[in-house]
Design a protein around this ligand. Structure first.
Ligand code: PEP
Ligand code: MG
Length: 585
């Protein structure tokens, strides 16, 4: 929306003795809130020399970093190889050669020797690889000389694997992160180290970093062009996650103004707190099941605190992010059980791993040119049945208290659901044979997040216990707009009548079959969307815990009968501008 707009207002430039200029940048507001704090600029490329040294106490840390990087790389290569079809032996050969180098114990030992001499892991890698390269390039054997190129390739991989590990998360305490882009893992690590706000140059409004920022209640502005070039480290910045404004070197007047706003927001938050124990019911008595989306165990305490009536979406991929690998059945089951217990007797909806596309998980690099249309969600799970079955068994084992629902992501036709249900049945049978207790009637629902699923909602409803509409992906696929791409973020519009009509079709099909239908995408929390969604017959809304009270407030003030009538009219309007104009009134 504002991605290209950089405002430099000369009259705001402070004329103090140091002549520090106040500057204004505009981006896309992606997580609400205001923060005034110092910037931590994360430069995309860290210059690495072959001479960097560490103190003797830090040597074990460097050894550990390197060992972890080898492990990551191993996983990464194995995952890529699994995804290459057998019909492409050339690619498999290249990767196998790379993997041989990665597994070479002599190479690893030689790099460690450099670390014991006091070099950083990066410098040690560069030194050893250069040594090996010279040796290979001088060889008489043509094949060995060619391997020198492979060495370069592997060196780049290992350096980038190391970079993942060497980011200095701890220096992020109380800082506003200014970055070109952030992976979800980086975000979590920085956040846990105390970062207070985020500004990125890249990113779409429905990207996972945006969603995480909202879930962590971290103000964020994305799509800020050249932020890392303009804002300097340690500069004071104001982030306005409501408007998308980023102010660097603010003058006293601006600091006071925003301080004032922060106090007002806090007062409003305290006032809303009184609603925590009240039900989410419209003024004319229609009950809406207001739930929370969670990524982490801590989110459940926040969900309980604000009076959420259950968990509408657990993005189980966050388990993989936490453990940097896919945990086994027992560990997964323990985690699901913990969530179910903490929210009991309310229900929790665990979504099967939605791996792929923008949901990067370590060790699973993307080799697809068009990942959003590729190997993701249920497609991935159905081709990795062992992994899928492990998760299903873990969920079933955790379901003994009968408050777990299981949900399948990215369903795009009935056959995917039929196959998944068959696998779930197989797992149930296995557990029964093993005499392991589980909820035999565990509700199995699906995400409606592709236009094809919305159009086949009647047929899918025959096979599902509930629907949950993923408006982030539904918008992406209906409008052909990449949810992560800031260049088209002004076109990512969930109020587009095409998207709204698909939601209405889904809600109607669910009503005919009398199954619950919810929204767990970001649209559920949009302040203008509540009346139209409730008016369409949506029975559940699930948002990040921080938004639950605000949404409850809106539900309690609206009338279902009026919303229903208005919705019919709104769905006849030709564009989102006209729809929003009425909804925002
Ligand atoms: C969605 O697509 O709206 C959704 C809730 O799933 P995710 O954002 O995890 O893709
Ligand atoms: Mg989705």
């Amino acid at each position: 929306m504002f991605a290209d707009l950089k405002i430099e207002l000369p009259f705001f430039k402070e004329k103090n003795s140091a002549m520090i200029a106040t500057g204004f940048l505009k981006g896309i507001p992606s997580s609400p809130g205001i923060v005034i704090s110092k910037a931590l600029v994360i430069q995309p490329e860290i210059f690495i020399s072959s001479n960097d040294k560490v103190s003797s106490e830090a040597i074990p840390i460097e050894i550990e970093r390197l060992s972890q990087a080898w492990k990551d790389l191993n996983l990464e290569f194995k995952a890529v190889m699994e995804r290459i079809p057998e019909s492409n032996p050339g690619a498999v050969n290249i990767l196998e050669t790379n993997l041989l180098i990665i597994k070479d114990e002599y190479l690893q030992k030689s790099i460690n020797t450099f670390i014991y001499e006091g070099y950083t892991a990066e410098s040690a890698v560069i030194r050893e690889f250069e040594k090996q390269k010279v040796y290979l390039l001088n060889s008489r054997d043509k094949i060995l000389r060619e391997r020198a190129t492979e060495l370069d390739h592997v060196k780049t991989h290992i350096l980038s694997a190391l970079k993942q590990r060497c980011l200095q998360y701890s220096i992020a305490k109380d800082r506003v992160l200014i970055a070109q882009s952030l992976t979800t893992t980086d975000f979590v690590n920085y956040k846990e180290s105390g970062a207070v706000a985020v500004v990125t140059e890249a990113g779409g409004i429905a990207s996972h970093v945006s969603i995480l920022a909202r879930s962590f209640e971290t103000p964020a502005v994305i799509g800020v062009k050249d932020a890392t070039g303009i804002i300097k480290n340690d500069e004071l910045v104001i982030i306005d996650g409501f408007t998308g404004l980023v102010i660097y070197n603010p003058n006293k007047e601006l600091i006071d103004k925003y301080q004032d706003k922060i106090e007002k927001i806090e007062k409003h938050r305290i006032a809303l707190g009184k609603l925590a124990k009240e039900p989410a019911i419209t003024a004319d008595g229609r009950k809406i099941h207001l739930m929370a989306n969670v990524d982490r165990l801590d989110d459940i305490d926040s969900a309980n605190l604000v009076g959420a009536e259950g968990i509408g979406l657990v993005r189980s991929e966050s388990l993989i992010i936490n453990y940097s690998t896919i945990p086994g059945e027992e560990l997964q089951s323990k985690w699901y059980r913990e969530i179910a217990d903490r929210i009991y007797p309310n229900p929790v909806t665990i979504r099967a791993f939605d791996i792929g596309s923008d949901k990067y998980v370590e060790g699973m690099p993307n080799i697809e040119s068009n990942p959003a249309l590729g190997f993701r969600g249920i497609r991935y799970l159905l081709s990795r049945t062992e992994l899928f079955k492990t998760q299903i068994r873990a969920v079933l084992k955790a379901s003994v208290n009968k408050n777990i629902r299981f949900m399948l992501p990215m369903i795009s036709d009935t056959s995917e659901l039929v196959k998944s249900l068959q696998i779930i049945d197989d797992c149930k049978k296995e557990l029964s044979d093993e005499q392991i207790d589980f909820d035999a009637k565990i509700p199995i629902g699906i995400m409606i997040e592709t236009p094809s699923a919305a159009m086949m909602a009647d047929e899918l409803a025959e096979l599902s216990d509930f629907f949950s509409i993923g408006t982030n992906d539904l918008t992406q696929y209906t409008l052909a707009v990449d949810r992560t791409n800031e260049l088209v973020s002004d076109r990512f519009d969930s109020f587009n009548p095409a998207v709204l009509k698909l939601i209405a079709m889904t809600a109607a099909a669910a009503a005919r079959k009398k199954i619950p239908v919810g929204i767990c995408g970001e649209l559920a929390g949009h302040s203008a969307a509540t009346t139209i969604l409730v008016g369409m017959g949506i029975t559940e809304l699930s948002v990040v815990p921080a938004m639950v009270l605000e949404l409850k407030n809106r539900i309690r003030k609206m009338k279902y009968s009026t919303a229903k009538k208005n919705t019919l009219k709104l769905l006849k309007l030709p564009d989102s501008y006209q729809i929003l104009k009425i909804l925002e009134q």
